[in-house]
Design a protein around this ligand. Structure first.
Ligand code: PLP
Length: 217
């Protein structure tokens, strides 16, 4: 399938209720432009400098999503343009985003990353830490939390994935209504259909659009 055909196929499956973020990390600008020409406007990257380089050369009506782990000293490279920072996983990131947003006179939107997987390699607040951090958000006037993000365990066990996404959805329902949250970012190529069934508003899909990634290059 071409990129355009993959996007068309995904849009049909996702429907109008959720936003498709095309995860383009490691992929060259020519391939991103193929997606752009097929009307894709939300792109996700996991390295701040790679995203900034692509931002520079690509059309300015793209919404850039930072979905990777955040190194606070790099936030300055994206503060002026990033649309949504998904991987906020510690108070230090909130403080650094607040500072850099103030410098460029913007409010930066983000989601709090919650650790829902059984693997301990995945980042995020646990549920107790989340309960604490949502009480602290007033300290960061230049950051606006829009909701939650999470990654399920990499497994074929659909019941387990569903359980993890349901836990994230429950947290979203606990904290979101009073705070006007509207983003529940969960689901990748392998598990987005389960995520949608569990209430995802944003799915982050890479390999099903652009093909497998090759990190050796
Ligand atoms: C790479 C990545 C994705 C997309 O993964 P695919 O399996 O290629 O769809 C989604 N979310 C995050 C946080 C990622 O790093």
């Amino acid at each position: 399938m071409t990129i355009a055909e993959s996007l068309e196929d995904l849009r049909t499956k996702i429907g109008p209720k959720a936003t498709l973020i095309a995860v383009s990390k490691t992929k060259p600008v020519e391939l991103l432009m193929e997606a752009y020409d097929a009307d894709q406007r939300h792109f996700g990257e996991n390295k701040i400098q790679e995203m900034a380089q692509k931002y520079e050369v690509m059309p300015k009506d793209i919404h850039w999503h930072m979905i990777g782990h955040i190194q606070t000293n790099k936030i300055k490279y994206m503060a002026s343009f990033v649309h949504l920072v998904h991987g906020v996983d510690r108070p230090k990131v909130l403080a650094a985003l607040d500072k850099e947003a103030a410098k460029v006179g913007r409010i930066i939107d983000c989601t709090l990353q919650v650790h829902i997987a059984q693997e301990d390699t995945k980042f995020g607040f646990d549920m107790d830490e989340l309960a604490e951090v949502v009480q602290m958000l007033g300290q960061y006037p230049n950051v606006r939390v829009r909701g939650l993000m999470g990654m399920a365990t990499f497994t074929d066990d659909h019941a387990q994935i569903r359980e993890e996404f349901t836990a994230l959805h429950n947290a979203f329902e606990t904290y979101g209504p009073d705070r006007g949250w509207e983003v529940l970012s969960m689901g990748m190529s392998g598990d987005y259909e389960i995520a949608l069934a569990c209430g995802a508003t944003h799915v982050r899909i890479g390999s099903s659009i652009f093909g497998a990634r090759h990190y050796s290059a």
